[in-house]
Design a protein around this ligand. Structure first.
Ligand SMILES: [Ca+2]
Length: 191
């Protein structure tokens, strides 16, 4: 079989091109894995289903349920029932992330209901929780946990670990929640 030199050259260049693209893709994935992470939609914490202050009642299309369990210095931090329901800015309505029933011992189910597919970050639930009351856990303006609501980033005050479905996760506040995710965060005072 006679193989044309020119054809071989083209195929070789195509192969080199394909390998280069693959190598570049793998390199980015290895050295900058966050490049492929979904961009969190931070605006979700302002979303409101129904309510007297939001007349446009966008139909809920996506409805899913991760769970959240928080431990602070060995003590379970209970997420109150009805967090995100009938709160300031969303009277008689529900935030796109809210809680119905609470659990003292087990994980608490977060109800995420959005009008379209959105990348709902864990931190946006803390923004919603903050509006529950003055002593509620919060998120600082620069999107850091503030579990003790003192305006100081918890990263300065606590060692923080997080697992999702039992696997260590380093996205923390920016973690985009999916259905069935079992999120556990542990805060341990540094002093
Ligand atoms: Ca703090």
């Amino acid at each position: 079989m006679r193989v044309d030199i020119k054809d071989v050259a083209i195929e070789t260049w195509l192969l080199i091109g394909a390998v280069s693209v693959t190598v570049a893709f793998v390199a980015v994935a290895l050295f900058n894995p966050s490049a492929f992470d979904p961009e969190p939609d931070w605006g979700v914490s302002d979303g409101c289903i129904g309510g007297t202050e939001h007349s446009e009642d966008a139909g809920v299309v996506f409805h899913y349920h991760p769970t959240l369990k928080i431990t602070v210095d060995g003590q379970r931090l209970q997420i109150p029932a009805n967090t995100g329901i009938d709160q300031s800015g969303c009277r008689e309505g529900m935030r796109w992330i809210h809680v119905h029933s609470s659990s003292e011992t087990g994980p608490t189910t977060l109800h995420i209901e959005t009008p379209s597919r959105m990348n709902v970050p864990l931190g946006s639930f803390f923004e919603i929780w903050e509006r529950h009351g003055s002593s509620s856990p919060a998120l600082t303006d620069d999107k850091n946990f503030d579990i003790n609501s003192n305006g100081i980033s918890d990263w300065e005050e606590y060692n923080i670990t997080m697992t999702v479905n039992g696997v260590s996760n380093s996205h923390y506040e920016s973690f985009v929640m999916e259905d069935g995710d079992k999120i556990e965060i542990t805060f341990t005072s540094k002093n």
